[in-house]
Design a protein around this ligand. Structure first.
Ligand SMILES: NC(=O)c1ccc[n+]([C@@H]2O[C@H](COP(=O)([O-])OP(=O)(O)OC[C@H]3O[C@@H](n4cnc5c(N)ncnc54)[C@H](O)[C@@H]3O)[C@@H](O)[C@H]2O)c1
Ligand SMILES: O=c1ccn([C@@H]2O[C@H](COP(=O)(O)OP(=O)(O)O[C@H]3O[C@H](CO)[C@@H](O)[C@H](O)[C@H]3O)[C@@H](O)[C@H]2O)c(=O)[nH]1
Length: 441
């Protein structure tokens, strides 16, 4: 089948590479020429495990093409996936400007009947708007059916999620389009849920809101654990054993980041606000997350006093391991706060330095050598649970740092192993925190 994917970002590239891999003829279009030039040379603009080999292979065997030419992309497509960005506007709502442009472009260039499938995360009602834009501008003899098909992939595990997702959601009012989509995805052998457009749109926001709330919930519990001398890892395991709760997404830390949870939770709150329907639980989850991202610097000040002139190693910049994405990363909040305190910061990350430098510039130092980052420092803050950090021999903190004080925002080390070294160690929701006390005393 001839498939076109609009947008060569995370979702667009993973969708393009995976659909080519299962035998479709895929054309991926983007408006950024540099991105398309890079992709045509077989290189990926993003770091995603397993993506580059799939891109290379399918480019070579001509299953996959990249273009900036809308006529080439849209005129003879059987199915078009929209995967353009829906970033956050100043008030937190989703900015639909890329969606509007792509809908206009599709209407202008199509030359045959086509299904248009929206993978971008869009507020309820947007797919109906896309349908209206296309219907009012397309050649009158052509039939276009817009389907909501939200994407649930995680960065760092995106290829795995494409082939082994928990479900595929297909939202359409049109039985033939639903049957077409079901057939299209059949070979993936993933449970398919067919529903209407608005339900599909809402499912995506509700899923992200639930997961973000689960993280803020466990972080709240972690903060209480710190003050009563309990251990959040034991507590999370204990509650997760209840099948109704489950073990996933109960890892306490310095909050969620990335391109989705922060943006989609704010969009849902804003969306509710427009309907005069406050979403108070989600507002609280967002506020808890904000506070959580500020915990490392707060703990640093409580431990060493003024940070002015202190030499600090920031270990990890990406919003989570296995990605070079720093969008809404807790590390960026930490950098901002450390700079406000007048600290001298050197950041380590195996792959996210270029993306960070684009935002932060040279206000901090950077290194891909973790030992160099720690050299002669007064304090280290861990912001990402990279394997390189988790597997660092703990002696390195003693041999490299001026003062071995480690504030671990991702609970990278077991208390047992860290306890064998004279390191001042503060993690999230585990004993050893100086504020710990016995509430029953
Ligand atoms: N990143 C994720 O893990 C993820 C997962 C699920 C859903 N989503 C959602 O998918 C959408 C895309 O996310 P992303 O992270 O891939 O975005 P992104 O910002 O990385 O990429 C979007 C791409 O679309 C391109 N684009 C903009 N207008 C275009 C047009 N008219 N024609 C062709 N290309 C155009 C941009 O140049 C950019 O390369 C968003 O709505 C996001 O919320 C993202
Ligand atoms: O127990 C946990 C799990 C995650 N996180 C943090 O939460 C953030 C998001 O992690 P994750 O969900 O793994 O990454 P994303 O790639 O942002 O994926 C989320 O956002 C995507 C975009 O909408 C969805 O498609 C995915 O289903 C959804 O998991 C990261 O900062 C993690 O460090 C925690 O702090 N504790």
């Amino acid at each position: 089948m001839k498939v076109t994917v609009a947008g060569a970002g995370y979702v667009g590239l993973v969708t393009s590479a995976c659909l080519a891999e299962i035998g479709h003829q895929v054309t991926c279009i983007d408006i950024q020429k540099e991105k398309i030039d890079l992709l045509q040379s077989g290189r990926s603009p993003i770091h995603e495990p397993g993506l580059e080999p799939l891109l290379e292979k399918n480019l070579r065997n001509e299953q996959l093409h990249f273009t900036t030419n809308p006529h080439r992309a849209y005129s003879d497509a059987d199915i078009i996936f929209i995967a353009v960005g829906t970033p956050e506007t100043r008030d937190g709502s989703a900015d639909l400007k890329y969606i509007h442009v792509v809908a206009h472009t599709i209407a202008h260039y199509i030359e045959q009947d086509v299904i248009v499938c929206t993978k971008s995360t869009v507020p309820v009602g947007t797919n109906e708007l896309i349908q209206q834009i296309i219907d009012s501008r397309k050649p009158p003899n052509l039939q276009v059916e817009v389907v909501a098909n939200p994407e649930f992939l995680r960065e760092g595990a995106a290829i795995l999620d494409f082939f082994h997702g928990d479900r595929i959601v297909i939202g359409t009012r049109h039985p033939e389009a639903a049957a077409f989509m079901e057939q299209f995805y059949l070979q993936l052998n993933i449970p398919i849920m067919k529903t209407d457009i608005r339900n599909a749109e809402m499912i995506k926001y509700a899923a992200n809101a639930f997961l973000a709330t689960k993280i803020s919930f466990i972080n709240e519990v972690a903060n209480i654990c710190e003050h009563v001398g309990a251990n959040i890892e034991e507590v999370a395991y204990g509650i997760g054993q209840d099948k109704r709760i489950g073990h996933h997404f109960l890892k306490a830390g310095i909050g969620y980041g990335g391109s989705c949870f922060p943006k989609d939770t704010k969009a849902l709150v804003q969306f509710g606000g427009n309907l005069k329907q406050r979403y108070e639980l989600l507002e609280a989850a967002i506020n808890v997350n904000k506070r959580q991202q500020s915990l490392p610097v707060k703990k640093a000040k409580e431990t060493v006093g003024s940070l002015h002139g202190k030499k600090i190693a920031l270990l990890g910049l990406a919003f989570k391991a296995d990605t070079d994405d720093v969008r809404e990363s807790a590390a960026l909040t930490i950098v901002k706060e450390l700079l406000e305190e007048g600290a001298d910061v050197t950041a380590y990350d195996p792959i996210a330095i270029p993306n960070t430098r684009r935002i932060v510039g040279n206000a901090i130092g950077y290194t891909e050598d973790i030992r160099q980052a720690l050299q002669d420092t007064d304090l280290a803050i861990i912001a990402t649970d990279w394997d390189q950090i988790k597997h660092l021999p703990l002696e390195v903190y003693l041999t490299k740092m001026k003062n071995p004080i480690v504030i671990d925002g991702r609970n990278c080390y077991s208390l047992q192993s860290i306890g064998q070294y004279p390191i001042t160690y503060l993690s999230v929701g585990r004993p050893g925190h100086p504020n710990a006390n016995n509430m029953f005393e």
